[in-house]
Design a protein around this ligand. Sequence first.
Ligand code: ADE
Length: 436
Amino acid sequence: MPEFKVKDLALAEKGENKIYWAEKHMPVLSLLGRKLEKRKVFENITVGACLHVTKETAVLASVLKRAGAEVYLAASNPLSTQDDVAAALAERGIHVFAWRGMSKKDYYESIAHVIKAAPDLTMDDGADLTACIHGLYYEGRSEELDIVSSIAGSRKNLVEKIIGGTEETTTGVIRLKALEAQGRLLYPIIAVNDSYTKYLFDNRYGTGQSALDGIMRATNILIAGKTVVVAGYGWVGRGIATRARGLGAKVVVVEVDPIRALEAVYDGFYVADMRRAARIGDIFITATGNTSVVREEHFLRMKDGAILANAGHFNVEIDLEDLEKISRSKRKIRENVVEYTLKNGRRVYLLCEGRLVNLAAAEGHPSEVMDMSFANQAMALLYLMKNGNKLRKKVYRLPISIDRRIAKLKLETLGIKIEKLTKEQKEYLKSWEIGT
Ligand code: ADE
């Protein structure tokens, strides 16, 4: 029996059905997985992961286990774990430490269990696992590190064993590039997020759909006719803005980068600063990766009934300290919905404590999208196994050939044939002589 800590093992059967459903919608990962499994490529390898514990993550973890790995998995967010899936994973022999509603202490203790297992490869979503490993190595001190070292020990020699790691999300890649820029990154990282077959699909279509899914499941309000304010026009913001418009909302984009803001204008969205947007929005969705994007000055301008949701990785985008400070009272009125009555008498509704609404109120991205993201994860681990000793302590993207292979397989599973260049066209593209 593996080591594990989950809410209730009796939920495992329900979790199994969910995993079965996800697997059916993840043909690329399944296909690549079968190849890895046949060759047992991860025999004698311990994979330490910090990922959202969902049915899709279960498919990935099971592929790695069948390919020979010992898998240790901690939740990458206190509210994103699907407890039935976690139970099924424990029964499948995955060392899983995750349950919905864990405290900050539980969260870091779970990461500590993964570190204690001395992984050869790490797999992260948001870079908390990688940051803890680096914190222990550099003997940093913080509340989080004290929790981790109380279970994992100092673990300085851990780093020599690590071949490399992967990072799933934009926020995590930004953190790890900051570590690299300081010259303090201790092992190579593959930024899975930076594969085209990841961010163009997962960040855009995945979050675009799942963030609105979360808001609708939490509130059951009609989107049509509402004014939706989307903060951030990266790939996630684009996806959310496009889907909100598709549901009949008037969409206002708030963006700090002039090029992105201009794109939003030409994509047909209203663009404004948050002070102006605050007055007209019915629903606010943050997707910037930055802190205090919606704060006191904005809450105070909002209409009575405004809804606040976050789709970024961390719960820092909606300033909760400010919200508490300017509120007279608060009460939970539905699952995942807390009503704050402000000192000015208006009420605003915060979803999922400002944590990622798509995973906390819905099921995260649909399996079809995670199929490509997690095919990239599996290929990144294989790439590290093959090339880890040649890589430097840097953040890399996966080679484009692997990205193209995943896209090609996805098209094949969709039954779509694409055009091929003729011999003449190939020659033409290589030539310079022929002009007008
Ligand atoms: N991130 C967003 N959606 C996810 C999902 N369904 N599974 C794992 N990680 C996710």
